[in-house]
Design a binder for this molecule. Sequence first.
Ligand code: HEM
Length: 471
Amino acid sequence: MASPLAEPSQDLAGRRAGQAGPGPRLPDGPHYPRIVQAWLWLKQPIWFLDHCSRAYGDVFTMRLPLGMNLVHLTDPELVKAVFGGSGDVLQAGRANAAILEPLLGPHSVLVLDGPEHLRQRKLIMPAFHGDRMRAWEATIREITRAQTARWPAGKPFALRPGMQSITLDVIMRVVFGVEEGAHRDELRRRIVTVTGIGRNPFLLLATRGRRLGPYAPWARFIRARDELRAALAGQIRERRRAADLEQRGDVLSQLLLARDDEGRAMTDDEVRDELVTLLFAGHETTATSLAWAFDLLLHHPGALSRLRAELDGGGSEYLDAVIMETLRVRPVVALVERYVRQATKIGQHEIPAGAIVCPNIFLTQRREDGYPEPAAFRPERFAGQTPPSAEWFPFGGGIRRCLGATFATFEMRIIIPEVLRAVALRPASRRPARIRRESVTFVPADGARCIVSARTSSGRAGRRPRSARPS
Ligand code: HEM
């Protein structure tokens, strides 16, 4: 894509960037005014990332309004250094909190640092243990089948909303443990309302705390969030009293039973914030990754046939490779952030306090030296192989690595074959979807449009793999 802008002279821009004074200097980066960089980052993120990477190499600083400096890292060695670094110096919670805390709440594992973060993490982690997850397999299949039965035949439609519907139902059934009925419908409505308003967090933040009346985005968001919190609080109170609490396999029940090292349980407010976190961290990310997987498969008939043949034979190695390659070439989360609490050295780079270092998932996973022809979709790269964790990290890393990574891949391993078994799909356009930013995620611009050309519930896509074992 052609440059939407010409750069101002380095000299002038260097002064504007204001790097005078003692202490380490930020690594170099584009010299456009901050507001222009913010616009490019929001509206042309792929062009901007590629441009910065070509112009400045493995480390560059994006300067955004309000003095926010994002230091992007695309060298696996530097990524490794950040993920292995001290959580007291490189703080993910503080970096996440600015945008996410109003939605997730002050006890969310995503916005905490230090011992509080580790406590919440340890309390949540056992709920996603492999054995527990296996019990959810039948539910996930059933939800997928119900959704595919609703897809129209012969007409183009966007797959992503269908995937969102599946992953939301999965969260409500296996995370919240809410059965069919009025409660579930009410909860679903509340979630969809908050998600809808939250699609544009930047508009939200622009109206934050201002007196713009009850219909301004921020005021509507706070109302919808509080209604969702109240509905979840009701579920939590009810579940605490459930006679079968100890026998239940859902995540909410496990959170209520969990005890920390000192034998303390989570408070209702903590449980509520973690439920909201699991919902928002886990629902759209997985749905969008699924939509990308289908968009790529439908535009690569060779890969699709190989996958179908494997599923016919009951195997799953190529399926795993398809999932890994999808998460490599279309990572839903483009980067992770760590707030630099005190000046620190990363590789040869001195990073000043107050900057935010960002292991850049999108660019690192597209390095030519790690992945020949990096923009091409080639699941074969991963057949039978696990990539090094600093070259493939769609789920972030270190003590902040995604708590739902195993669950997300488990879901994808079930949903992809189940969809292929139920319907024959073809793409609605000749080319794969463009990447568009939506909130903090990268999504298919057209929602991954496709057409159901036949219903194949007789089992065209073959036998079920032995089990979608969690890895
Ligand atoms: C394909 C789907 C998913 C992707 C691509 C994804 C990606 C990520 C990324 C990049 C992070 C930040 C890690 C870091 O800062 O190093 C993260 C954190 C997190 N994710 Fe996921 N995620 C997915 C699905 C899920 C699911 C299904 C759940 C739970 C139901 C979940 C729960 C979380 C939680 C709780 C954290 C915070 C971990 C912490 O701060 O300690 N995610 N995820």
